[in-house]
Unconditional design. Structure first.
Length: 367
């Protein structure tokens, strides 16, 4: 469990739960899902001391649920956001427990095999942010390091880089989680482009259909995850609009900044949705082009075989005529009859080849 006291120009990390709020600023309490379940009573006591209220039982169940989709809920005192992350899965106990609970045999691209979408919970109070993470949540550690570095590098400009409220801090963490998936686009696109090349290569025979189907299912699941994320952030934005009007210019500026950051997070999620759908469409288009190419190659083969059959049909006719069991057939008893028949057959074959070539029945299609 990590606790941060964030005030104007300073961030102080502590290993113990605070007993009171700082004079200025807000508090960030970050814990894992296991820690939240084990220390629920002390955490509820801290929230009662800091905010004057505790989490509802239904919201506690949401924060403890490792399979809950992204969603948003609110009360008159605090807001609850569950946001599924998009990150590379780690070899943690929680990830192993989830994989053992739902055994899956995946043969898709490596980036899709190791993509983890565990939920992260945010309980947003006025001056307290409680976050519940998976065991291996890199977003929490990365943003915590950024907070500590922002004050250590330049104290004069630290205030402009620090979150101004618990809601602002929540949006910054969510934005970092979404940006984490945006960084995976290049590798994911490269792997699917490799499959598209194999599908469209006429010299290879693509047999990895099970892996391709698994990849398409994984992309569809990512699309559903992103849709839930977008719906949750949209509900948050609508809730922010219903907040009481600001009484001071500073409060109004903070409210405007919060709305702008919320729209920025929503725009990033929409970019993720657009990219996932484009990858789904690209995979579907590659499969369709693969079967179209296979059909065209089959048509070329059948056309060539048909032309060859048409060339040899007159030759078979000539051979059949001279093979009849009649006593009197022209050229049968002649010394040069065989050569006349061969010449006729050769001229017929050459004439048919030229005719079919002129009509482009024997022309090779460009690759």
């Amino acid at each position: 469990m990590r606790v941060f006291n964030i005030s104007a120009g300073s961030v102080v990390e502590s290993a113990v739960l605070p007993s009171r709020l700082p004079e200025h600023g807000h508090v960030w309490i970050a814990c894992t899902r296991q820690e939240f379940g084990d220390q629920l009573a002390p955490l509820q006591a801290v929230l009662q001391a800091l905010c004057g209220l505790q989490l509802l039982d239904l919201h506690i169940s949401d924060l403890l649920n490792p399979h809950l989709p992204s969603r948003f809920d609110y009360t008159s005192q605090y807001d609850l956001l569950v946001f599924r992350r998009l990150a590379a899965a780690g070899n943690t106990a929680e990830a192993a427990a989830q994989s053992s609970a739902k055994p899956q045999k995946r043969s898709g691209p490596p980036i899709l095999k190791h993509l983890d979408t565990s939920p992260v919970g945010f309980a947003v109070f006025e001056r307290v942010l409680l976050t519940v993470h998976p065991v291996d949540c890199a977003a929490r550690d990365a943003y915590a390091s950024r907070l500590l570095q922002s004050t250590a590098i330049d104290i004069r400009n630290a205030n402009s880089r620090l979150p101004t409220s618990a809601a602002d801090l929540m949006l910054r963490i969510v934005n970092q989680m979404v940006d984490g998936f945006l960084e995976l686009r290049r590798e994911l696109t490269r792997q699917l482009d490799h499959w598209q090349t194999e599908l469209l290569n006429p010299r290879t025979r693509f047999n990895n259909w099970a892996a391709l189907l698994e990849a398409r299912l994984s992309l569809h699941q990512l699309d559903e995850v992103c849709e839930d994320q977008r719906a949750a952030i949209q509900d948050w934005i609508e809730t922010v609009k219903t907040w009481p009007e600001a009484t001071t210019p500073a409060e109004q500026r903070e409210r405007d900044l919060l709305q702008v950051r919320s729209r920025d997070v929503l725009e990033h999620i929409e970019r993720v949705v657009h990219h996932v759908r484009r990858l789904e469409q690209s995979a579907e288009t590659a499969v369709q082009m693969h079967f179209n190419a296979q059909s065209n190659r089959t048509n070329d083969i059948m056309r060539t075989l048909t032309v060859l059959t048409a060339i040899f049909l007159p030759l078979n006719l000539i051979a059949g005529i001279f093979g009849m069991n009649f006593e009197f057939i022209p050229l049968v008893h002649s010394d040069s009859g065989f050569w006349w028949a061969m010449a006729a057959m050769g001229l017929t074959a050459v004439a048919l080849v030229l005719l079919f070539w002129r009509k482009r029945y024997l022309e090779r299609s460009g690759r």
